[in-house]
Design a protein around this ligand. Structure first.
Ligand code: CO
Length: 134
């Protein structure tokens, strides 16, 4: 069902500082910050030859990652994103096997304007999983 690793997401306490670490210390290509109000985050993508790193910073008062940053003030790994060909078929197969889909279960446009869903970490080895239809 799952295909390529699309990205690994890391919540950071300072987006500019984290982008600088990736750009200058690690020598990677990074994008400009991009606000995603519907997800309550600002993102910077680090573009690697085989995948991407998504740096996340809270946006707005009810950001879903604000609590994560309170518990992890230095930041930390937040989720991994796998590509799927058909997000509805993937969702229905996963639900039929007992996996929990977060929110209302309907795919929403993600950071790349492609439909995404999140799966409960307790069903996937303690890791929040994002599925993105590519
Ligand atoms: Co993501």
């Amino acid at each position: 069902m799952i295909g390529r690793l699309n990205h690994v997401a890391i919540v950071v306490p300072d987006l500019a500082a984290a982008a600088t670490v990736y750009a200058e210390t690690l020598g990677a290509t990074v994008t400009e910050p991009h606000d995603l109000p519907s997800h309550g985050v600002t993102t910077v993508f680090v573009e690697l030859p085989n995948t991407k790193i998504e740096l996340l910073y809270p946006l707005g008062e009810n950001s879903p990652i604000a609590g994560f940053l309170e518990k992890n003030p230095s930041g930390g790994m937040h989720h991994i994103c796998y590509e799927v060909d058909d997000i509805y078929s993937a969702r229905d197969q996963l639900k039929a096997q007992g996996a929990r889909v977060l929110g209302d279960g309907e795919p929403k446009p993600g950071a790349h304007d492609k439909p995404v869903l999140f799966l409960h970490p307790k069903d996937f080895a303690g890791t929040l999983v994002e599925l993105e239809q590519v």
